[in-house]
Ligand binder design. Structure first.
Ligand SMILES: NC(=O)c1ccc[n+]([C@@H]2O[C@H](COP(=O)([O-])OP(=O)(O)OC[C@H]3O[C@@H](n4cnc5c(N)ncnc54)[C@H](OP(=O)(O)O)[C@@H]3O)[C@@H](O)[C@H]2O)c1
Length: 267
């Protein structure tokens, strides 16, 4: 397929690199700034760098690789220059492809393909892409095309209900972004306790939890003082937590209550 890219995003760069390896071609790479488009094209080794004003006609597949809040606006700005029959695809986990308003009336197919992967580091993202599970949805033809592309990236996907994407994305936020927030707390506690090299410690611990969740499920992965009922330890650590994070004092109690509910099957 010929892939046209709107927005020189991290996600688009990683995905296009892989798809070019699998014999897809990149057509136009469109940016607000010519130099961004040129850099993107240089990075993947194919494509024609242009700005939005230079778009004449786009066809086949168009990736809307812009922040979630800009997808509708970029669509409005470009839809008159996209040929009917083109498949419009974005990568948002939150929005469905219905964000492409009146797509059917205008003759477009529509889909979204959300990679369940953090693109914070390009090298890490590139190496994990082959194992990435995509959340996909769309109209019949859009979904077919999105799945065909995913088959060439990792081959792993879940089909999402169009109207369930907000919940799907919230779950992803909780199990990825919230973990980073928890790690920030842990990092500070390690630091206060004089433990160095906490990055690797945390990384290994989180990896082991992730593996347990895959094999034993969430409830089966609970370990530690709450799971064992070591309430003396829970109480002492509560005081320590509150002395380090007075501003998040209630957070510890809420987490303990959450873990207790999980342990007792009340969640
Ligand atoms: N980052 C992640 O870990 C991740 C994971 C899964 C899904 N996603 C989804 O992937 C999509 C892209 O995210 P990303 O993190 O790859 O984005 P990103 O690297 O921040 O890049 C977004 C691109 O959009 C363009 N842009 C920025 N502001 C704009 C505006 N106001 N109007 C028009 N264009 C604008 C810029 O390109 P130009 O300067 O070239 O115009 C920018 O490079 C989003 O839908 C996001 O939800 C991201």
């Amino acid at each position: 397929m010929e892939l046209n890219v709107l927005g020189t995003s991290k996600v688009a760069l990683t995905i296009c690199r892989r798809l070019v390896e699998k014999s897809h071609t990149v057509g136009f790479v469109v940016s607000r700034f010519k130099e961004n488009a040129q850099r993107f094209v240089k990075d993947i080794g194919s494509g024609v760098p242009i700005t939005y004003d230079e778009i004449e006609k786009l066809s086949d597949v168009v990736f809307f690789a812009v922040p979630d809040s800009a997808i509708a606006q970029v669509y409005e700005r470009t839809k008159d220059r996209i040929l009917p029959g083109t498949c419009l695809i974005h990568f948002s986990g939150f929005h469905s492809s219905k964000i492409f308003a009146n797509a059917e009336k205008l003759g477009f197919h529509r889909a979204s393909m959300h990679p369940n992967l953090s693109f914070a580091d390009p090298v890490v993202a590139q190496s994990n892409l082959l194992n990435c599970i995509f959340g996909v949805e769309g109209d019949a033809e859009g979904l077919r095309i999105a799945i065909e592309l995913v088959e060439d990236i990792s081959g792993k996907y879940v089909v999402l209900p169009e109207d369930g994407k907000a919940g799907y994305h919230l779950a992803a936020v909780v199990c990825s972004n919230f973990v980073v927030g928890l790690a920030a707390l842990a990092e500070r506690i390690y630091e206060k306790s004089g433990v160095e090299e906490s990055r690797e410690l945390m990384g290994n611990l989180i990896d082991s939890v992730a593996q347990n969740i895959k094999i034993k499920g969430v409830a089966g992965s609970l370990t530690g003082p709450v799971a064992r009922g070591d309430w003396e330890v829970v109480k002492k650590e509560r005081e320590l937590f509150k002395s380090i994070f007075p501003q998040f004092a209630s957070f510890y109690d809420q987490m303990v209550e959450l873990l207790r509910s999980l342990k007792e099957g009340r969640l």
